[in-house]
Design a protein around this ligand. Structure first.
Ligand SMILES: Cc1cc2nc3c(=O)[nH]c(=O)nc-3n(C[C@H](O)[C@H](O)[C@H](O)COP(=O)(O)OP(=O)(O)OC[C@H]3O[C@@H](n4cnc5c(N)ncnc54)[C@H](O)[C@@H]3O)c2cc1C
Length: 510
């Protein structure tokens, strides 16, 4: 054992070295080891996929590149977080543990309780910093927005990196890349790459041009890939803090022609924390509807000859016969991203048109979203599936969405090449091709591409009747009132500052 007291900064979904309060505090207090654990409890969890661990690995490599000038590196461990901490504690004496609060799945909450006990037993103080504007243990939203704004406009917390305080973790590092799956170490060019550097490159490219049409293109499956910020995985894995993003947006808003898109984007940053706060305040929504009355909502089995499993499988495998639904799923499987509206439509198709319980699809999409963030994903999934009893019920018609959001079928053609020869007016409804048109376009309905698995006009009506009917129940309304009191922000809006703090560092100057 080396007779040195050290601080440990435990990285989780905060894989960056800037605007990092736990790291700032640790370095101010003395010798510091930066630590990350690939935890089997998450690696093996159904919500996660190799795409996530690749992104994390890339982020860690980026951190190590930044730490190299200080002769330091992240101590990376493959195993239970507590075992890695024990390892460090055998070489050094851990005095303090620093981390961000995690608003995660139940398993991480339970793991944190074990770590807390371990800290107590080993006489280690654990300091946790709140995650962006999320407040732990909050039971209502009084003054919540005020707190959010204060945090977002306060100066960034920039750690003073130095070779004298950063410990070289190579003395304890025992993870070799041969222990990690090769797929994690291999770049997938179709997906965004992890790391602070890439977060800023992506943000800069948004400001350079592509973001000007943000508010026009946000709902279009193809155009949104360019015009949306695409910062979501970087925020979800913490390559950039929400505050850094927010402050960069304030600077950009001052530029000519940027007011509208930036204002639209800033409102989404409020939502980011608003949704995570919901999950923090009622984490049971991981396994039950936030509106408890909806536990009694039975999804009637109307599909003679098609079991729930068969319906679910067709949705998962992009074989529904509805081009936009299948194109979205294929795109998601390949690239880890689709825009908000198409996510909502995929959930609506599963839960409304196919009458499949939301809990059967929620993990599948989590594993596909490179930006999977439990605190956004669960409340959004429930909202879109109509089990909150408080939000407007939106039963999306995938044909209408297709005609409106992809009128020339460019997105569909890209992901369903078997439809690429069809003219614009037929690409949204290929089952309507006449025999003559099938010959003309060398397309065989049901062979070249699946026939629709259901009739959405019929299923849409059934879903609306069920959901609106259920909403009138006494218990659903009662729960609705409870939800509003707990999770809804007061109507009175606080004035968003238009000024930038004096000591604001330009986040893009890194
Ligand atoms: C069923 C469903 C599941 C979702 N799951 C996730 C998830 O796991 N992780 C995730 O980051 N987003 C999730 N979203 C929200 C949203 O679709 C994504 O944040 C957005 O598409 C990411 O792309 P972007 O970064 O280009 O977004 P932009 O439009 O550029 O927005 C910037 C940021 O604001 C936040 N944001 C934007 N829209 C929303 C929203 N509706 N709710 C909450 N925050 C928002 C995100 O952090 C996003 O990165 C989900 C939406 C639905 C309907």
């Amino acid at each position: 054992m080396i007779d040195n007291d050290v601080n440990v900064v435990w990285l989780k979904r905060d894989l960056r070295l800037s605007d990092h309060e736990p790291l700032t505090q640790a370095l101010e207090s003395g010798l510091t080891i930066i630590y990350y654990a690939f935890e089997p409890l998450l690696v093996q969890d159904e919500h996660y996929d190799e795409r996530h661990w690749r992104f994390v690995w890339q982020s860690l490599q980026d951190l190590n590149n930044q730490l190299a000038p200080f002769n330091s590196q992240v101590y990376i461990y493959y195993g239970d977080a507590i075992d890695g901490l024990n390892n460090i504690n055998q070489f050094f004496r851990i005095k303090n543990l620093y981390s961000h609060e995690e608003v995660g799945l139940l398993t991480t909450f339970q793991r944190d309780k074990t770590v807390k006990n371990w800290c107590l037993t080993n006489n280690i103080s654990w300091y946790e910093t709140p995650l962006a504007g999320v407040i732990r243990g909050r039971k209502n939203r009084i003054d919540w927005d005020k707190n959010w704004l204060e945090i977002m406009t306060s100066p960034l917390s920039q750690p003073a990196l130095s070779a004298t305080t950063l410990v070289d973790a190579s003395t304890v590092n025992n993870l070799s890349t041969t222990e990690l799956p090769i797929s994690w170490l291999t770049i997938n060019k179709k997906m965004l790459r992890g790391g602070e550097r890439w977060a800023y490159t992506t943000l800069q490219s948004f400001f350079d041009a592509r973001g000007k049409s943000y508010h026009f293109d946000i709902s279009k499956p193809l155009a949104s890939r360019k015009s949306c910020s695409r910062l979501s995985p970087y925020l979800a894995w913490g390559n950039i803090s929400l505050r850094q993003f927010y402050q960069a947006l304030l600077l950009q808003r001052a530029e000519r022609g940027w007011k509208k898109p930036i204002n639209a984007l800033i409102s989404r940053l409020h939502w980011h924390c608003h949704f995570i706060q919901k999950f923090e305040s009622e984490h049971e929504m991981q396994w039950r509807p936030v509106n408890r009355a909806y536990r009694n909502l039975n999804y009637p089995d109307l599909y003679v000859g098609m079991t729930v499993d068969e319906r679910l499988t067709k949705w998962k495998l992009a074989q529904t016969g509805y081009p936009l639904v299948d194109a979205c799923m294929k795109c998601l499987i390949d690239t880890g991203y689709i825009n908000f509206r198409m996510r909502a439509m995929l959930v609506s198709f599963l839960c409304h048109h196919l009458l499949v319980d939301w809990q059967l699809g929620v993990k599948y999409l989590a594993a596909l979203f490179l930006d999977f963030e439990p605190g956004i994903h669960y409340p959004q999934f429930q909202m879109q599936s109509g089990v909150t009893g408080t939000n407007t019920i939106r039963v999306y018609n995938p044909v209408k969405q297709s005609q409106e959001k992809d009128p020339e079928g460019q997105f569909i053609r890209q992901w369903l090449p078997q439809l690429s020869e069809l003219p614009n007016e037929l690409i949204h409804t290929p089952w309507q091709l006449s025999s003559m048109e099938q010959q003309l376009y060398q397309f065989e309905c049901g062979i070249t591409y699946a026939l629709p698995m259901i009739d959405i006009v019929e299923t849409g009506k059934i879903a609306r009747d069920i959901l609106w009917g259920f909403r009138q129940r006494f218990d659903a309304k009662n729960e609705g009132r409870r939800i509003v009191a707990k999770h809804v922000r007061p109507k009175k809006k606080i004035k968003e500052t238009s000024t930038i703090p004096n000591d604001l560092l330009t986040p893009l100057s890194r």
